[in-house]
Design a protein around this ligand. Structure first.
Ligand code: KG4
Ligand code: ZN
Length: 363
């Protein structure tokens, strides 16, 4: 089965092509057209601009995945008749952006008379955990589930009990800013550019371990509350107050910015990890799975690994860093899991009824 996947929920135009059978899949091509340069001056994604860029970039991306004009040249031209299933993100995400992907996917499905399936972006992020070396790793799902999933991206921070693929119980989520959003907004305060997560991580890594004199004690919001919710907007405000009370010389000094970046990263990691480990113990799970753009953060990955050593019966599954941020491969993979349980056929009625769901949760 050959699956074409399209993902345009935020600021990356993504297409992927994968070939799957009941044993697993391999990636034929995976293309991401980034819009970082467009949004960087604004310090965040501007929905209208993102949608406009998707309209410009989607057809070239589609052409590229179908002709394998990528570094991984594993096949010659794929023809429409070779494709068995088209998959597209329908939510959650930015409405004008989702519309571009869904409209293109519908047009292709009509023209080629192929089944079309709408996928949940967050489920896609979780599925990215099953990619190893550009292939679907034959995970023994009996050893994986139940799992605790920590989905941390620019738009979401969700702790979820994953009983199986498609079986989710959300335990808690952020009440205000998402973890990635906090990284992005704080990076803007510190003048570190966009996207803020990688910028803060790079800056924090430059902090000398010795001569760490500057004290920046930031709060760990909701770290000890009994629920599994999060809140990161107070952290951003604390950084802003600290920044404002410093002299303009200190505000620009690498020593201050690096100390602040390291403390911000540590504060976000501390809260995420304490709650994830508590959930893993309470629900007696077999694994913990990290997902979303912030899952690429090395410090978060290391600290979570270290924390889970104290409960050796719980294994950690980490997505490869390149598949943490948005991509279409994860959507194709989510479609693959759905296709294994459903009989998907071309159906103009179903196609017509498929709509974007910008506020879709993990259901
Ligand atoms: O999953 P994603 O690509 O898009 C959404 O679905 O939102 O996540 C993007 C977010 C951004 O906020 C970005 O700053 C953050 O992921 N991010 C990171 C890192 N790489 C990306 N945050 C911390 N450390 C990183 N290395
Ligand atoms: Zn995402």
């Amino acid at each position: 089965m050959t699956i074409l996947a399209i993902e345009t929920s935020c600021d990356d135009t993504c297409c992927a092509l994968l070939q799957a059978d009941k044993h697993g899949f391999k990636i034929l091509s995976n293309i991401i057209s980034s819009q970082i340069k467009i949004h960087a001056p604004y310090g965040g994604v501007v929905p209208f601009l993102a949608a406009r860029e998707h309209t410009k970039n989607l057809l070239p991306c589609l052409r590229a995945v179908l002709t394998a004009k990528t570094s991984r040249r594993v096949f010659e031209n794929i023809k429409p008749q070779d494709i068995d299933l088209i998959s597209v993100t329908i939510g959650p995400g930015l409405a004008p952006c989702l519309l571009v992907g869904l409209t293109a996917a519908k047009a292709l499905a009509y023209a080629w008379q192929k089944p079309l399936i709408g996928l949940n972006h967050l489920e896609g992020h979780l599925c990215a955990n099953f990619v190893r070396n550009f292939q679907f790793s034959i995970f023994n799902f009996k050893k994986v589930f139940p799992a605790i999933g920590l989905i941390v991206s620019g738009g979401h921070t969700i702790l979820v009990l994953v009983k199986g693929i498609g079986q989710y119980q959300v335990l808690g989520q952020t009440r205000d800013d998402a973890a990635g959003e906090a990284f992005d907004k704080i990076a803007r305060i510190l003048g570190l550019g966009y996207p803020g997560g990688p910028a803060i991580a790079v800056c924090a890594a430059k902090l000398p371990t010795k001569n760490y004199q500057l004290k920046t004690n930031l709060p760990r919001p909701m770290m000890h509350t009994k629920n599994y919710d999060f809140s990161f907007s107070g952290l951003k405000t604390a950084v802003l107050y600290d920044f404002k009370k410093r002299s303009s010389r200190l505000q620009k000094s690498p020593a201050y910015i690096q100390a602040m970046a390291a403390e911000v990263q540590q504060a976000i990691c501390d809260v995420l990890i304490i709650k994830t480990i508590r959930a893993a113990k309470e629900f007696n799970v077999k694994t913990v799975m990290l997902a979303g753009g912030v899952a690429a953060n090395q410090r978060l990955r290391q600290l979570l690994e270290r924390g889970l050593k104290f409960i050796p019966q719980v294994k950690l599954i980490l997505p490869e860093p390149q598949f943490c941020t948005d991509n279409a491969l994860m959507i194709g993979l989510a479609a693959y899991f759905k296709a294994r349980t459903q009989d998907l056929k071309f159906n103009p009625g179903i196609l017509n009824g498929l709509e974007i769901q910008p506020n879709l949760g993990l259901v």
